[in-house]
Design a protein. Structure first.
Length: 350
């Protein structure tokens, strides 16, 4: 079950470099140390009743936690201890850089109840990392994941697509490396141009062009299907919509529900492939898991309208089939024949 996360933002805390894409003000206001306990109390009170049986984590986001001064890290960790000892919070999660995870830091995190460590790897292509001013190389991500595994931490990796120098081939190579490294989960964010980020000046000088939403969808369709074939969990795609983000956004493939948008595009491809390979489709019926219906319909029923137009259909019907696993789609034609497609089949571009 997905944990309930109480995010604590520490903008730029511990950041060793000013990354090209970064403006942490777009993530929201930071929580200063004296306000941490009241903030946690308020956040716990706001958790819906039907979520209180889940694991609850305090997550330190927005900077590189383990690159902060060791004593400052300790102060934040100690503030959480009363909530851990009373079992009101189950564990701690931190976000950091791959080159800021030495043995002493890991020992301290382990000792004070940290369960999950998310590494901001962004890419596994050294040229992309260099152009983005990350200050580390891909092999340091490999080394960091190995050390975290040795300590028994849950490992998350944050990736970005469409950074300067990135291409579809390079993005897919990054995902191939993730398949080899097998983190517990990934987060994938398309690169956005934010006010105040160093990338803004390159964009204004026409030296950087962000991905379009169409390109982003095409990259993610290929990438997600690869990850699904290898059972790599993707915890999130795209940044969490916030007023601060929308205030700072200048350009890039922003969509408030990007994951659902891409899943709908994949499901459309599955449905189209089934129709292409069948006959007698005047009134086809698609069977899918109840939680896949919105993906099949698409936003504002766009998938259904497009299928009807493309294949000259009178109607497209959808039936819930609870016994059908998620990621499967079955086509039943008017002649009674059936065919099936799976979301984890290799994605072939047309």
């Amino acid at each position: 079950m997905t944990p309930t996360i109480i995010p604590v933002f520490l903008p730029y805390a511990g950041c060793l470099e000013r990354c090209l894409f970064c403006n942490q003000k777009a993530a929201g206001k930071g929580i200063l140390l004296p306000n941490l306990k009241p903030f946690i109390e308020t956040s716990l009170a706001r958790i819906p009743l039907d979520h209180r049986d889940r694991e609850i984590q305090i997550a330190f986001y927005g900077g590189s936690f383990t690159a902060m001064d060791r004593e400052v890290q300790l102060l934040y960790l100690k503030e959480v201890q009363p909530f851990l000892s009373s079992s009101r919070i189950d564990s701690i999660r931190v976000s950091t850089r791959p080159d800021a995870l030495d043995e002493e830091v890991l020992s301290q995190l382990h000792r004070y109840g940290t369960k999950t460590i998310e590494i901001g790897a962004q890419s596994m292509e050294d040229e992309v990392l260099s152009l983005s001013n990350r200050g580390h190389r891909a092999e340091e991500t490999v080394s960091a994941i190995d050390r975290l595994r040795d300590w028994g931490f849950e490992v998350g990796v944050q990736l970005m697509m469409g950074l300067p120098g990135d291409t579809l081939v390079r993005f897919l190579h990054t995902l191939e490396r993730m398949v080899e490294l097998k983190p517990d989960f990934l987060r994938i964010h398309p690169t956005l141009v934010l006010k105040g980020a160093p990338l803004e000046s390159l964009w204004r000088a026409n030296r950087y062009v962000p991905l379009s939403l169409e390109e982003t969808t095409r990259w993610l369709k290929a990438g997600l299907l690869m990850l699904r074939r290898h059972s790599i969990r993707v915890a999130r795609i795209g940044l969490q919509p916030t007023p601060e983000l929308e205030d700072h956004l200048l350009a890039g493939p922003y969509h408030p529900a990007l994951r659902q948008f891409v899943d709908s595009a994949i499901t459309y491809d599955m449905a189209a492939r089934l129709l292409e390979n069948s006959e007698g489709n005047a009134a086809p019926v698609f069977l899918c898991h109840p939680q896949e219906i919105s993906n099949l319909r698409g936003q504002r029923n766009e998938n259904i309208h497009t299928l009807k137009t493309r294949f000259r259909l009178q109607e497209v019907c959808i039936q819930e089939e609870g016994l059908l696993p998620r990621g499967y789609l079955v086509l039943q034609t008017s002649q009674g024949s059936r065919s099936m497609s799976r979301m984890d089949l290799r994605y072939d571009e047309h």
